[in-house]
Design a binder for this molecule. Structure first.
Ligand code: SF4
Length: 358
């Protein structure tokens, strides 16, 4: 970078608005470095090389998982959206992080793709102001797609950015964005929405028990919650691979003290148990082994035809191994399952009086 070229940092989700916002500023001759925030709940760092080529941007991944989970543990001040998405606190956290990088890298201002009135929770005009204030980015946050509807920031007043070349988009429609993308020659338009697991009901069922039953959940716990089939019985937590790639992922996520369950003589799911509340009783181990075996058709067939249990090897990561006999069954003594979404939603409402619709 030429030392006289101003540097701006852009919050980059990979969505169309974030692409357009970064390009609008970059097309004014300003160097833009895009920050793609990653956590167990969002982020696709594997797409960065593709995005860079496709959109002509310079992008880096920034892991904010630990900070994000701290915010969830303390509960978001502005509540959750329709599912488990704490959009306002999420944006404040990202702004704060981006603001500290701005100071560290001596950049001039931040860019975000927010559009006034686009989302009921996090992009209402008053909420945009809250995000700017609580994110500590007053006067340094440029929202190029709606800038002409908002007060000019220092970079506009100082002439670093030409405000006349910024836009006045508002509302939920995407027509203006699509037209702008066409003018910019952007051929690959990302599909709207998606990308945040916290906004999906199925994932809230995975995450809520982790957040509320583990004493001090970390990013690795939520990563485990993302994989395969999830089962809970009180504080006993078990994840089962649905296919070979889940099984590999479970092996990768194994930590000291975890228990790995494998069928000895049949192909089938790998089971990973995380006994965070103390070692499991042998009855719980046997129960889990029976459940795991029930997801192997060959083990089920064998046990039915021969009238005999199958063997399951249980290995404590960094510790002992044992073999248990199990009759494959999904009707075990313990009520293995996941909370349904209504249950999760009611628990969220009870805990956080301030909830919003997103
Ligand atoms: S949808 Fe997810 S990533 Fe997007 S603002 Fe909300 S919580 Fe953050």
């Amino acid at each position: 970078m030429n030392k006289h070229t101003p540097l701006a940092l852009a919050l980059f989700s990979g969505g169309l608005d974030s692409i357009l916002a970064a390009r609008l500023v970059q097309d004014q001759g300003i160097t833009v470095r895009c920050l793609h925030f990653v956590s167990p709940f969002f982020g696709k760092p594997q797409l960065i090389p593709h995005w860079e080529k496709c959109y002509g941007l310079n992008i880096e991944a920034i892991d904010i998982g630990d900070d994000y989970i701290r915010m969830l543990r303390q509960r978001p001040e502005h509540g959750f959206g329709k599912v488990m998405n704490p959009c306002v606190d999420c944006k404040i956290l990202m702004m704060r992080h981006a603001g500290s990088l701005l100071r560290e890298r001596n950049a001039s201002f931040l860019i975000s793709g927010e559009v006034v009135g686009q989302r009921p929770m996090s992009q209402r005009r008053d909420t945009l102001n809250v995000i700017r204030r609580d994110g500590d980015v007053r006067d340094i946050l440029l929202r190029p797609l709606s800038a002409r509807l908002l007060e000019p920031i220092a970079a506009e007043r100082d002439g670093l950015v030409d405000r006349n070349r910024l836009l006045d988009f508002s509302g939920r429609g995407r027509r203006s964005q699509l037209e702008l993308a066409e003018q910019m020659g952007i051929a690959e338009i990302p599909t709207p929405g998606g990308g945040c697991r916290l906004a999906e009901k199925e994932n809230a069922r995975r995450y809520w028990p982790v957040l509320t039953r583990l004493p001090n959940p970390g990013a690795h716990d939520f990563e485990l919650a993302n994989v395969g089939r999830q089962f809970w019985a009180g504080t006993s937590w078990l994840a089962l691979g649905r296919n070979a790639s889940d099984n590999q992922e479970l092996e990768r996520l194994t930590r000291p003290g975890d228990m790995l369950f494998r069928l000895c003589d049949f192909t089938g799911p790998l089971g990973l148990a995380r006994p965070f509340a103390g070692p499991w009783d042998i009855q719980v181990v046997q129960d889990a082994a029976a459940l795991i075996a029930s997801y192997s058709p060959k083990a089920v067939q064998h046990a039915t035809e021969q009238g005999k249990p199958v063997s399951v090897r249980v290995e404590i990561c960094g510790g002992e191994k044992t073999i248990v006999d199990a009759v494959p069954s999904r009707r075990t003594g313990l009520p293995w399952g996941m909370p349904d979404f209504i249950e999760v939603r009611d628990a969220i409402r009870k805990e956080c009086l301030a909830t919003f619709a997103e």
